[in-house]
Write a protein that binds this ligand. Structure first.
Ligand SMILES: Cc1cc2nc3c(=O)[nH]c(=O)nc-3n(C[C@H](O)[C@H](O)[C@H](O)COP(=O)(O)OP(=O)(O)OC[C@H]3O[C@@H](n4cnc5c(N)ncnc54)[C@H](O)[C@@H]3O)c2cc1C
Length: 452
């Protein structure tokens, strides 16, 4: 990072930052890219609108007890890219139970949150056989583990709704557990099998079967991002709004930003974006018609994570959503997946999902209503809860229509890679999976550093 001596676009030298690569979005993939580029000897500037790095990774610390609750990312795979990254950051990992972030044993009350009533009969099939059948099928498509580099034509089985696929290949026994891994994607059984395979990947099921998921020894999954913040120092521009992105200048990529200490002009040789590529997330960008057409195809779920108190629900209880009349009792959405006691007395974590984003206020109102329905139905003597913390993870899970898939959507998307000095990473380009996104980002690095 160097400062220039002449003004550009009305910015005086102190407000102009030049760098090799500007990384827009400092969540899972952006932070990884920034640290790796730094280690490859390149200068970086990372921009994020939040006041922290990490995106979907957020650990809530109860001020009274000091207990941590993971609101987002729970675990990573035991693979070299993960181990190397954590070693670099100086953060220790250990094997963890993926089933839940806390340590307290819970009693589950199965409830259909549409009514608040207990569900008395829940489908129970052969989980082991269901998983074996799932693994046998997903193993036919090894390329899905690395990217969206799909064959043409796309195999028909990948294009049928997952509910039909479950019946076709006798996966019934595993549906409940697969749905837990598919949390956040919206109506699970209606999604095309392709997208279920991307989120509930072979790697994720293998890690479950081999019981080698990794989490931080400190029970604080923000630790790697706190370490990255220290390494990047003032090269991480946090609480910063992107005002414009201009990739047409002979000077390089010009990004105007509003930082807490004023407006700055970043001039970079290349751009790595990890911002979820929805048009509403990219105001001020010089997107061309092709980019606009491609990004406007994306459909997303709404996914909301919160911690609530004053619920009236006793500690140690998990109220889990099951559809009373849905196939295999998969929870009906919109609705919470669960209201779950944390390690901190009186605090409950809630994950709420909608087929499309509904806005924070509506999501909060829906969560309150869901908890109150437990009382109306006579299931639990609940009270009106209060939010301790609320995070929107929306837009979550990037999908496109069957028609777009058949007309080569991902070939068009991937053709953007490297054009206009711009590289793209993040969940929309591969999967909602930090470990896999680090692998994906790693593979972009040779092209990014070329010529720098
Ligand atoms: C509840 C939950 C649990 C999860 N559990 C796991 C898990 O256990 N293991 C796992 O591997 N994955 C898990 N995931 C998925 C994982 O979080 C994502 O796959 C990963 O974070 C995606 O990384 P990303 O870089 O694409 O997006 P993000 O991490 O969301 O990063 C995007 C960044 O861009 C920033 N940004 C967005 N718009 C703008 C803008 N206009 N201007 C500036 N900055 C912007 C955001 O603030 C964010 O920091 C979980 C996700 C959720 C929601």
């Amino acid at each position: 990072m160097t400062e220039r001596t002449t003004s550009i676009d009305g910015y005086g030298p102190p407000d102009i930052i030049t760098t090799d690569v500007v990384v827009l979005g400092g969540g899972g993939s952006g932070t990884y890219g920034a640290i790796r580029l730094t280690d490859l000897g390149k200068s970086v500037i990372v921009v994020d609108h939040h006041d922290y790095l990490g995106g979907h990774t957020y650990t809530y610390t109860d001020p009274a007890s000091g207990n941590n609750t993971e609101m987002g990312v729970v675990a990573w795979y035991d693979i070299p890219v993960v181990q190397n990254y954590f070693k670099r950051l100086g953060v220790k990992l250990q094997q963890t139970d993926i089933a839940r972030a806390g340590t307290t044993t819970l009693t589950t009350i199965p409830v259909d949150f549409r009514t608040g009533k207990t569900v008395t009969s829940i489908y129970s099939g052969n989980v082991t056989q269901g998983l074996i059948n799932y693994v046998e099928q997903i193993s036919k498509y090894p390329y899905l583990e690395d990217s969206f580099d799909l064959p043409d034509p796309i195999p028909e089985d990948l294009l049928i709704p997952f509910g039909d696929f479950v019946k076709k290949y006798n996966i019934e026994g595993a549906v409940q557990i697969l749905n837990i891994f598919g949390n956040g994607m919206g109506p699970f059984l209606d999604h095309l099998t392709l997208y279920v395979f991307k989120l509930v990947s072979l790697a994720s099921i293998k890690a479950l079967q081999e019981n080698n998921y990794q989490a931080t020894v400190s029970h604080n999954n923000r630790a790697p991002y706190e370490a990255a913040e220290k390494i990047l120092g003032k090269r991480a521009l946090l609480s910063t709004t992107i005002l414009s992105v201009d990739r047409s200048s002979p000077l390089g990529v010009k990004v105007q930003v509003q930082t807490p200490t004023g407006k700055k002009l970043i001039i970079a040789k290349k751009l790595l974006s990890s911002i979820p590529p929805k048009l509403e997330n990219l105001p001020g960008w010089d997107l061309d018609l092709n980019e606009r057409d491609i990004f406007s195809e994306f459909l997303n779920a709404g996914y909301y994570s919160s911690i609530i108190k004053n619920t009236g629900i006793p500690d140690g209880i998990e109220v889990r959503n099951f559809g009373a009349d849905t196939p295999w009792n998969v929870p009906f959405l919109p609705g919470p997946y669960f209201v779950q006691s944390t390690d901190t007395s009186g605090l409950f974590t809630v994950k709420y999902c909608t087929p499309a984003p509904i806005g924070d206020a509506n999501a909060k109102a829906a969560i309150i209503a869901a908890v109150e329905r437990l009382k109306t139905a006579g299931t639990l003597n609940t009270t009106t809860p209060e939010f301790v913390i609320f995070h929107s993870h929306s837009p979550f899970e990037f999908t496109v229509s069957l028609e777009a898939l058949k007309s080569g959507f991902y070939k068009k998307l991937y053709a953007l890679q490297g054009g206009k000095k711009t590289f793209w990473t993040g969940a929309a380009w591969h999967a909602q999976d930090s470990s896999k996104l680090w692998q994906f980002t790693e593979k972009l690095l040779p092209e990014i550093v070329k010529g720098l």
